[in-house]
Design a protein around this ligand. Structure first.
Ligand SMILES: Nc1ncnc2c1ncn2[C@@H]1O[C@H](COP(=O)(O)OP(=O)(O)O)[C@@H](O)[C@H]1O
Ligand SMILES: [Mg+2]
Length: 359
């Protein structure tokens, strides 16, 4: 295959590159930030992708010059996903992941909404812009502690615990007035551990249990110093991870699973379209071998795994197009609207009572 790795971080993705070469493929990096998408007509065949590295004029990347593109997009997700969309939709190049899946994965609320709609277990969650009814919120979620997290965070950097009434009474107000939109989640008691599972196609290629080492932290991200060890998933957990990834349009994804230690129930907490590679050192399993193998087996079949998958993808595409239209409309006067919204929120928050009702 002629493979392109779509990423702005070639150093981090060197192992993927080397694995592709070792398996006899041609491989190159494409940095989404250096592309030009040229659209001239609506008819197919007029769309061109140019890549500006050295020299005065960028090179053209033709559909024939690539068989497969693998996304390793960590930042600038919206733009990079648009480039991936151009490669897959406009030029017809195979990618194991639907570009809309990358957009979904970058947004925790969208992901949870979609998973819940597909009847996949997620922690009880409230998604709200003005979470003012503190007692009601806590009752609805169940009890304290609860988790608040920002939509687009990663590496545990925008996830916090609210474990006392005092904290609840001040935290939501703080979030609203700092312009943060948060998800409020049930705290799943798991001894500060969770599972990162690499879904590749219709199986989990490798999974790792992560446990926070710091007794005073609940976050099990490896980037926060948690320890990781290889685990075998039960058939049910594996199926849950696979279904979760597929339902947002991803065939290669890192699914975060948390297990309630009392009931043993598993919940998906988030899905990563660009999962970190520390799992390779910690488990000794080169996940990229499985990724390339999956692409080898699927690139000629088009952009999905078969009839069911392409049906799911087409639904995502429809939703995605709808969202695209809505978001374009919303963006039109973004700055003005934001200002109006802020003023409105400020006005409302003066009236809102961000507190447990006093006795
Ligand atoms: N609802 C929850 N209950 C208990 N712990 C959670 C919950 N949500 C997240 N965590 C912990 O916080 C970590 C980071 O949360 P996650 O949603 O995966 O965000 P990030 O994108 O920052 O990794 C998880 O790995 C897990 O250890
Ligand atoms: Mg995570």
């Amino acid at each position: 295959m002629k493979i392109a790795i779509l990423t702005s971080s070639p150093v981090e993705n060197k192992l993927l590159f080397d694995t592709a070469i070792e398996r006899g493929h041609e491989c190159r990096f494409i940095d989404p930030r250096k592309t030009y998408q040229f659209v001239s007509e609506h008819e197919a065949g007029f769309d061109r992708l140019y890549y500006g590295t050295d020299g005065d004029a960028p090179e053209r990347i033709t559909a024939k010059s690539l068989d497969c593109v693998i996304n390793r997009i960590g930042s600038n997700v919206e733009y990079a996903a648009a480039v991936l969309r151009f490669l897959t939709e406009n030029l017809g190049i195979y990618c194991p992941n639907n570009p809309w899946g990358i957009i979904y994965a970058a947004n925790k609320s969208w992901t949870l909404q979609r998973l819940s709609h597909a009847k996949i277990k997620v922690p009880r969650t409230l998604i709200a812009e003005s979470p003012a009814h503190v007692k009601w919120i806590v009752d609805k979620i169940g009890s304290l502690p609860l988790i608040i997290k920002a939509n687009g965070g990663s590496k545990g950097k925008r996830v916090a615990i609210v474990d006392t009434k005092k904290s609840a009474n001040s935290m939501f107000e703080f979030c609203v007035n700092s312009g943060l939109r948060v998800l409020i989640e049930e705290f799943i008691e798991s001894d500060s551990s969770d599972i990162r599972a690499w879904v590749i196609g219709d199986r989990v290629a490798v999974a790792m249990k992560r446990t926070a080492v710091d007794k005073d932290d609940f976050r099990a991200n490896i980037s926060r110093g948690a320890k990781g060890e290889k685990v075998e998933l039960s058939k049910e957990d594996e199926a849950l991870c696979v279904r979760g990834a597929h339902c947002i349009g991803l065939r290669v994804a890192g699914v975060d699973l948390i297990k309630d230690k009392k009931t043993g129930t598993s919940y998906i907490i988030e899905i990563n379209a660009n999962p970190g590679i520390k799992i390779i050192d910690l488990t000794g399993e080169n996940v990229f071998t499985h990724v390339i193998e999956y692409c080898e087996n699927n690139y000629k079949k088009g952009n999905a795994d078969g009839i069911t998958a392409s049906m799911i993808d087409s639904i995502i595409m429809q939703d995605g197009n709808f969202l695209k239209t809505v978001s374009a409309a919303l963006n039109e006067n973004a700055q003005l609207k934001e200002k109006v919204n802020r003023l409105e929120l400020e006005k409302q928050s003066q009236k809102m009572n961000f507190k447990f009702p006093s006795k």
